[in-house]
Design a protein around this ligand. Structure first.
Ligand code: TRP
Length: 335
């Protein structure tokens, strides 16, 4: 059997938070240590342009996200780690795929449909403020995936439709031309925690309820103290299932430590004490990585060198694949 090729992209917008860490980064780095598979991780900076037109923010976010993955111990000799925009074959393939993707299929993309619907509800023209970037987003994503013949793509639920579109585009292309592409599969892990934020809703930048991953120790303590709790007094039993403090605890603690905390809740641990223990637990897991993160952020040349090296390795795949695609569709040197 062919080796599993696992690939995933990280859109470079925003600063990584504990929810990103628990839900995506930590499991991805763990999985990349499995030597029975090949891992490809990349900064999806062309995707970032769809949401963000502020060059400083795009740059800053690329730097923060690259530093985060490196600080958390991604082994870049093993996993391929690169920046989408360093692979010129990706936008090239995007165009070829655009010429093979049904517009009707793209009309059904959730993100585009939601934008149209919001316009209609606001009484605007349906396409108000909608760029071709947003509309073509799933084709660019298909190019990211098909370029490297990825077999498995770990994503959140919201991305499943994009994987179906990538398969659909690949199938159509394979049918029209010599079969070039592997059909990728979405991998959605229901076991990884979806972390709650400060207000108890899903931790998300759009709810403004996040705990940044690498803020200072002092800030981390402050953030944890801001997690919303109820008014139960010390000594009164507390329901762990109903508590963000407990939920975050469970995402960082061993099963035995989680059971201990469950009993502490039932025995009426004070909120202040529970938060103090939570801070210590989270801080212990992150402290060394935070140190490395700070060093990396002060040494962008090092990050850049790692990314360039990754791009060099990635292009060993993308250059020949693009040659194959060009030949398949009839573009290139005359013979
Ligand atoms: N669209 C993905 C997200 O927002 C990021 C992404 C871009 C991606 N290209 C990809 C994920 C290719 C997996 C594979 O989460």
């Amino acid at each position: 059997m062919a080796r599993q090729r696992v690939l995933t992209g990280i859109t470079t917008t925003g600063t990584p938070h504990l929810g990103n860490y628990v839900g995506a980064i930590r499991p991805a780095i763990e999985a990349s240590r499995d030597s029975s598979l090949d891992s490809f991780f990349f900064l999806a900076d062309y995707h970032a342009l769809i949401k963000c037109q502020d060059p400083e923010l795009v740059r800053q976010s690329s730097k923060e996200i690259a530093a985060t993955w490196l600080a958390l111990g991604l082994d870049t000799d093993k996993a391929l780690f690169y920046r989408q925009s360093d692979i010129p074959e990706i936008p090239e393939l995007t165009w070829v795929l655009c010429c093979n993707a049904a517009k009707g299929l793209m009309n059904r993309a959730h993100a585009y449909k939601a934008a149209v619907q919001a316009n209609e509800e606001a009484g605007e023209d349906p396409d108000f403020g909608i760029t071709m970037g947003l509309f073509n987003y799933p084709v660019l994503m298909a190019a990211d995936i098909l370029m490297f013949n990825a077999s498995h793509v770990p994503v959140g639920r919201d991305q499943i439709q994009h994987l179906e579109m990538a398969r659909d585009i690949a199938q159509r292309f394979n049918h029209n031309f010599a079969g070039v592409f592997t059909l990728p599969e979405a991998v959605v892990d229901d076991n990884v925690a979806v972390l709650q934020g400060l207000d108890g809703r899903k931790m998300s930048k759009s709810y403004n309820n996040t705990i940044p991953l690498f803020q200072s120790e002092k800030q981390l303590r402050k953030s944890i103290n801001r997690i919303k709790t109820n008014l139960l007094e010390p000594g009164e039993p507390k329901d762990p299932e109903d508590s963000t403090v407990f939920q975050v605890w469970a995402a960082f603690a061993s099963p035995a430590e989680t059971e201990r905390m469950r009993r502490e809740f039932e025995n009426g641990i004070a909120w202040g004490e529970a938060k103090k223990q939570l801070f210590e637990l989270v801080n212990a897991e992150l402290a060394a990585a935070r140190e490395r993160y700070t060093q990396l952020m002060d040494d962008p040349a090092h990050i850049e060198a790692v990314l360039r090296k990754g791009a060099g390795r990635a292009r060993e795949y993308s250059v020949p694949l693009m040659e194959k695609v060009r030949a398949a569709v009839g573009i290139g040197a005359l013979r």
